[in-house]
Design a protein around this ligand. Structure first.
Ligand SMILES: C[S@@+](CC[C@H](N)C(=O)[O-])C[C@H]1O[C@@H](n2cnc3c(N)ncnc32)[C@H](O)[C@@H]1O
Length: 276
């Protein structure tokens, strides 16, 4: 007998098996199981077998997360190093943060624009006292580049449990208010109020899961301002009309939502500041 569409999605056991299989591998054992399950539900179609869905889910996880790590994260030795340097005022703490940000291609390519990035963007929306960083990767390591960061409340979200543990320790070490949290922000964005939400270079990842869910997610974020950015190069380094295409796409969303936007083009990143 042929299984009907969504048969597997409604059937607990096979989806549980997919989550278990995906979590077993060393690459994805640190990924939130709820997020894996939602991806499995999206990936499943027809009468796919557990093995096929597992393969499809791993491939998606690679595209939305794994592919961006440039090396195996060394969370505990990074923390030790940062703790040693916290009180040094000779720039070594910031240099160590920059070194850690090289382990994720998104933050690595932001390093060369960091001196201007927050200063230019936040000058358009100041005062900024509270920040949400959605699908943050290692970006909270850039908090020390935010003007007057000491007074901020900073809440960060991603699907990697071990990354989130590290970021919680980092936020505590910095002495800013806030925390990091494991959350699938595409289907469950935080409802917390804040001055601004950062959604940096992640919309192309969300598109891999469900392109139609992106606009609804942006609507649901409970801040007056959003900073939405896009890469200007693909991971392979090819530009492929990215600036033009992302601009057209985002202008269309802003027009439909009646949001005011300001476009800022940095050397390695295209950013839109949104006033809702
Ligand atoms: C391209 S990186 C961008 C990282 C960071 N925003 C930056 O610009 O440096 C994409 C990040 O989104 C995270 N991610 C992907 N889908 C997510 C989801 N549904 N919920 C939360 N985080 C997600 C990945 O784990 C990864 O850290």
């Amino acid at each position: 007998m042929k299984l009907g569409k969504n048969r597997m999605a409604n059937d607990e056991a096979p989806l549980d098996k997919v989550v278990e299989e995906v979590s077993r591998g060393s690459k994805y054992k640190g990924v939130d199981k709820g997020a894996i399950r939602r991806i499995a539900e999206k990936e499943f179609s027809g009468n796919m077998k557990v093995k096929e869905v597992t393969k499809a889910v791993k491939s998606k996880l690679h595209q939305i997360g794994g592919a961006f790590f440039t090396g195996r994260p060394k969370y505990s030795s990074w923390l030790q190093e940062l703790r040693k340097l916290k009180e040094s005022d000779d720039g070594r703490f910031r240099r160590t943060c920059a070194g850690i940000m090289r382990f994720h291609s998104s933050t690595k390519e932001r390093l060369e624009i960091l001196d201007r990035f927050y200063a230019d963007i936040f000058s358009e929306i100041s005062p900024v006292d509270s920040v949400l960083d959605l699908a943050c990767g290692l970006n909270p390591l850039s908090i020390p580049w935010i003007p007057q960061f000491e007074r901020l409340e900073y809440c960060a979200y991603d699907i990697y449990v071990d990354l989130v543990d590290f970021l919680n320790a980092f936020i505590e070490l910095l002495g800013v208010k806030g925390h990091a949290e494991v959350r699938d922000v595409l289907f469950n964005p935080p409802r917390r109020r804040a001055d601004v939400a950062l959604i940096l270079k992640t919309i192309p990842c969300f598109d891999q899961i469900d392109r139609t869910a992106v606009q609804t997610m942006l609507q649901r974020i409970n801040t007056d301002n959003l900073v939405v950015s896009f890469p200007v190069k693909s991971l392979g380094g090819i530009e492929k009309m990215m600036i033009k295409n992302y601009t057209e796409r985002f202008e269309k969303i802003a027009c439909e939502e009646d949001w005011k936007i300001k476009k800022m083009l940095f050397k390695t990143e295209l950013a839109f500041i949104v006033s809702k």
